[in-house]
Design a protein around this ligand. Structure first.
Ligand SMILES: O=C(O)C(=O)C[C@]1(C(=O)O)C=C[C@@H](O)C=C1
Length: 272
């Protein structure tokens, strides 16, 4: 067996498994982001259905944001989620220790709840988390899509954990640039969260992620051929790629980074 698999107390021995690189993770981010933008856009088109069909979409947006007056446009809805000063303090977002990630409370509707229009409690786990339900027919594609959007978003944000572990590994390998193991461990041990956040962030990469989101939103909205019955308002709702940017800038990247920071701060015992 390779030396690094023989165990040992040092950080180097513990973190030397190299199944994937930061580049591998970034291509995983890229494909998740494609799915996220696509599912949000296809979801947004539901908002352009005739009024009677919009009802289920309205219900979905009400669960996300009870104050919302907008007809089920997830990009608007997610934008609303960011109204608080700190994303993590928003009452619909909660950090789940066991998942090492933020979860959206009460946003994954179950089939029964959607169908029966019952109160929020019925299908929850007792802590306000609605269990995913079973989609029984095509009428529920809207619900299915909103569950997928949330699920892919969660998966994306949780990837922050692996990303943080790889960044720590790079430091252990002496490939952390300005960041030595001593420096990073110093920040972890002294509880310097903002220092660790600066370490975890990569401004250039963030620009690439945001630009990709914009481009995908633009590309896919161009593929939507507006029907003569869509009014000006509706057109604006789908043909607005900057909403993707708002979402990634204000919410998706910050939450992913938060997961990275929390993961890194938890590596105290990997520091000597
Ligand atoms: O790619 C990284 O290095 C990440 O940490 C992921 C991510 C993102 O959410 O896409 C988060 C923070 C960084 O500033 C850049 C990008």
């Amino acid at each position: 067996a390779p030396a690094e698999n023989q165990g040992g107390a040092s950080a180097a021995a513990f973190w030397s498994h190299k199944d994937y690189t930061l580049d591998d993770l970034r291509s995983a981010f890229d494909s998740l982001d494609r799915s996220i933008i696509y599912s949000l856009l296809s979801r947004s088109q539901l908002g352009m259905m005739p009024d009677n069909e919009k009802d289920s979409v309205r219900k979905a947006s009400k669960i996300l944001d009870p104050e919302s007056k907008l007809p089920g446009h997830p990009l608007y809805v997610y934008q609303d989620l960011g109204k608080g000063d700190r994303w993590g303090d928003h009452d619909k977002l909660r950090f789940d220790q066991s998942l090492e990630s933020y979860v959206f409370d009460q946003v994954v509707p179950s089939w029964t709840k959607a169908r029966a229009g019952n109160g929020q409690e019925e299908n929850t786990d007792g802590q306000g988390l609605v269990k995913p339900g079973i989609i029984e027919n095509a009428d529920d594609l809207g619900w299915l899509n909103s569950m997928l959007s949330i699920d892919i978003l969660n998966t994306r944000i949780r990837l922050g954990r692996k990303t943080a572990l790889i960044k720590f590994q790079q430091v252990v390998d002496g490939k952390g640039g300005d960041y030595s193991l001593d420096r990073v461990c110093g920040m972890i041990k002294s509880g310097d969260e903002s220092g660790i956040r600066t370490f975890a962030r990569d401004g250039e990469r963030e620009l690439v992620v945001i630009q990709n989101a914009r481009r995908m939103a633009f590309y896919w909205t161009m593929m939507v051929k507006p029907d003569a019955s869509f009014d000006e308002q509706d057109r604006k709702k789908i043909l607005e790629p900057s909403l993707a940017e708002i979402m990634y800038n204000g919410f998706v990247i910050p939450l992913t980074t938060d997961v990275e920071v929390r993961t890194l701060m938890g590596l105290k015992d990997k520091c000597n």
